[in-house]
Each structure stands twice: as structure tokens, then as C-alpha cells.
Write a protein that binds this ligand. Sequence first.
Ligand SMILES: Cc1cc2nc3c(=O)[nH]c(=O)nc-3n(C[C@H](O)[C@H](O)[C@H](O)COP(=O)(O)OP(=O)(O)OC[C@H]3O[C@@H](n4cnc5c(N)ncnc54)[C@H](O)[C@@H]3O)c2cc1C
Length: 412
Amino acid sequence: MSVDGRLIYVAGAGIAGMTLALALAKFGATVVVLERNASLQEAGAGLQVSPNGRHILNHLGLERPLAARSFEPEGIDIYPFGARRPLVTLELGQVMRERFGAAYSVMHRADLADVLHKACKRFANIDILFGVRAYDVEPHARGVAVLVEEADGKTRSANAFAFIGADGVHSRTRTDLLGGPAADYSGMAAWRTTIDEGQFPSLFSRNHTTVLWGPGYHAVTYPLPTRGEVNAVLFTRVKAADLVREARPTAPKLPWALLPDRHFAALLAAGGRNWTYWPAFTVETPVWHKAGIGLIGDAAHAMLPFQAQGAMMAVEDVAVLAPLLMAADDAAPALARYADVRQPRVRKVQAISRSNGAAFHMEWPFTLGRDAVVKAQGPQGHLGRLDWLYGHDAAGSVDAPQPEKPLRTGVN
Ligand SMILES: Cc1cc2nc3c(=O)[nH]c(=O)nc-3n(C[C@H](O)[C@H](O)[C@H](O)COP(=O)(O)OP(=O)(O)OC[C@H]3O[C@@H](n4cnc5c(N)ncnc54)[C@H](O)[C@@H]3O)c2cc1C
């Protein structure tokens, strides 16, 4: 069966939706992406792009534009609360390239979105509709019927092979079309900002990621030199009852221990009142598909960001789902196979993200045992422990063809 021109609808032009559009378009599919926002958003701050996801993005022809807009930290400095020097510096940089065959880099998420968007724009068979007002999807024997109300109020209808919800943590595809659950509030909120590199405290390394562990909270910073900025994110507990999304930038409030920690204090001072507040929601559900409708990315499995893997899991989803969808005569079994392949891995990553949170936020004296173990594991302790994560070949986990490499998009 010819798949050229096979029509697939995707909800959401985030990292998941645009990566999927690119992969499907490279197979020859026609992809229509429905985005509710009027344009790409600058929302959020930094993103760590680990080798398991970077391999897939490179394979889609994005290696050069990503290299131009990202940075490879040499290591991760870990500071337990009150420490003057790092407990350990976990090696990244060349060590990661040699072990996993791709870079471990950091970048602004708006830069990743822009790289993906520019790549999508080079494909005549990808149509991203911004400002979509509403849509409805009805499965039928040969696919799905899609009805869309566009930004200008016009409607379009189509019979498509499949409809994929990449519409994020509060996915309507999951709740309304598949009858899945609403997202759960995790009890944690992320405070994010970017700080001008000239204003960033000299206490922190300029070419490393820094992780600060505190009692019940932690922070991560890394440089974004292509923007002349440093990314900073601080995670704190916030009771559900106090959960009022703050629209305007403000400052995090930390439950200070008896002695203030100089790294946290310096970071808070550098961030001033420019922090934006993001309650962290998670999604754990077996409901990923029904008939020709499926989910990818946060819509399927939003997780705590404590292993920095949410977007990477979305990219891995694409490497599994795109070839299965294009090799099948019917989307339903392809979606079922995709869920079977992906769910065990995603659950494992969700679990490690949760347990990282427990370790990062430990209180004294439990920190003594934690710190002793981390120190004993040494600067390469993370490599063997996380081989299964960073060394995973998502594309190789299904027996289906991948898009040709490299397919000229003009971006590489
Ligand atoms: C503080 C923090 C740090 C993080 N750090 C990392 C990291 O270092 N590495 C990493 O891999 N991950 C990280 N993550 C996770 C990562 O940001 C997410 O997993 C990822 O952005 C999910 O991408 P997505 O495309 O699935 O969803 P989203 O980025 O949420 O995109 C969903 C898109 O769908 C659109 N949409 C929503 N509803 C509709 C609708 N009804 N109709 C049409 N469009 C709709 C939205 O406007 C949006 O454009 C972090 C998360 C947080 C909160």
C-alpha cells in the first residue's frame, strides 16, 4: 500500500508535535498540525538534550542547527545544602559523546522549538495551523473524520489515517477523545528564569551545569552562551490549596534552614523578582490510544522533570510511532504496538524522576548516607547507572523502517 500523501493530523505544535510532523513528512505523509496558540511561544527556559533524544533529532537532519544553538557542559557540579565545594562533578562533554555517540547538550527551549519549526517549514507536506479555535475527531472504519475551526473562523473537514494528540500535559485528546484522566498535581512547583551571564554569581562554574540540593527543594543552573544567559530553575513544594498560578514574574520563597546556604542565596539574589512559576503536573495512565487516535509526549506521560527527560521521551515516542504508523494498513494496531513498546520504558523513567526528587530533597541526617553514596560512585558514577537511559536506541526497539538519512531539508 502506498503511503505517499497519507494524511495524519496532530494536535499541538510543541516539541512532540513538531518532531512527529518532521518524521512523518520524511516518510512521505501529509501532516496537518493544529496549534491553539497564535504563534510559537517563548514559554519556559532551558532544556537538557541527552544523547538518547539527540540521536533521533540528528537523524531527522537537525544536527547542525542544534549544535549552533546549544552548549555542551563539561560536567555537573553537585552541591549538597551548605557545601562550599561540589561533592562531585559528574563528567559530561566528550565523555558522553564517546560513550553514547551523541552530545549531551543544553539549550533554550524556544531555540529547539525554532529549529523544529524552521525544519517543518521546509516541507510542503507539513501544514501547521496556528490559532486553531476548535476541532472534533470521530473514528470510523477507515481512519478518523476531523473537523477543524481555524483561526479566521473557517472550517475544514478531512478523512485522515490517524489523529495524534501531542497537546501537552492537560491534553484534551487524552481526556475528551480517549476518556483518559486529568493530570495530577505533583505537590511541586518549578520557578524558572534566565539571568544575564554578566550578572551571574562567580560562585558557579561558567561551563558546568550546577545542581544545588536543599531540604525539600533543589535548583539547577546551566549556561546558555549562544544567548548570553544562564538558565536557572528552582523546585519547591507548594500545597495544592495554595496553587494559584501567578501570571506576573515574582520571587520564590524558600523555607530557610537555620543557616542560609550561600549558593541558594546567590542564585535567588541574581534572579531578583524575574522568576515565573510553573506548577508541575504528571500523567500516569494506560490510556494512550483508541481506534485511530493516539497520544505522544506529555499528553501521554508528563513526568517530574528531575531526570530532565520529558521532552526526550516525546522525541523517543516519535522514533517508535512514526515508522509503525507508516508501515501499517490500519492505525489502530500500530498505536497498540507503539503503546506496548513505549509504556514500560516511560514508566521506568517516571519512577527514576520521582526517586531523584526524594533524594535531592532529603533532610539531615539522611543526607549523610546519600552524600556518601554519591561521593563513592565518583565522577563517572552516572554513566554505568544510566546506560539504559542515555544509551537507548528507541528507533531500534521496533522492527519498522526509519526515514532515510540524511533527507535534505536545507537545515543541515
Ligand atoms: C522546569 C522544567 C524543566 C524541564 N527540563 C527538561 C529537560 O531538561 N529535558 C527534557 O527532556 N524535558 C524537560 N522538561 C519536560 C519538557 O518540557 C516536556 O516534557 C516537553 O516540553 C513536552 O513536550 P510536548 O510537546 O509533549 O508538550 P508541550 O510542550 O506542552 O506542547 C503542547 C502543545 O500543544 C498545544 N496545545 C495544548 N492544547 C491544545 C489544544 N486543545 N489544541 C491545539 N493545541 C493545543 C500547546 O499550546 C503546545 O504548543 C522540563 C519541564 C519543566 C516543567
